[in-house]
Design a protein around this ligand. Sequence first.
Ligand code: SF4
Ligand code: SF4
Length: 199
Amino acid sequence: MSFVGLLIGGIFYPPIGYFMLICMIAAMAYGVVKGRSWCDWMCPRGSFFDVLLKPFSRQREVPGFFSHWVFRAVWMTVLMSVLAVRLPPLWGDWYSMGKPFVTLLLVTTAVGIIFGLIYHQRIWCMFCPMGSMANMLGRKKQPLLVASGCNGCGQCEKVCRMQIYPGAYKEDGIVADGDCLKCSYCIDECPQKALRLDQ
Ligand code: SF4
Ligand code: SF4
């Protein structure tokens, strides 16, 4: 609910938009140390999707297109371009400089809600520019390990909000997907106790 308050508050008081900047920095700083674990529950928007959007989402498999790096690069370019165009004319006006951040927050959340209803509540996280940066910065941090006891039952994939299938990495013994949120849902679900996070 606090995220909804943030969105509405930002419309009437633009400096609230700086909160997005704080989240961007935090997600990337956290990413360097712990991969995408910020996106598990600390990201207010991610938590909003999990709590309020999930009951209405169709929970369908997300087409690979949405997490493809070309699509992600497009979103990163859009985000950076909006800031690059809209911030310089407002420079020095700290009150108004929050507006572009609020606009981005509103538009991207609307995109996340629309596609989240059609596909899966966490679809936005599959191409979120901040999440993509955290992916790149912390891909090898605190990796999820798969032991040889994995029997390929697929239970882990069913609970993964990022639609990752850890069992598919059994041969390598390590989940090489940088979008893993290190949430441990799959670890708790695995009947073979074949998964663990490398601390
Ligand atoms: S739940 Fe465990 S045993 Fe089943 S596929 Fe996943 S890692 Fe393997
Ligand atoms: S459920 Fe497992 S694979 Fe999926 S994000 Fe969480 S820790 Fe990573």
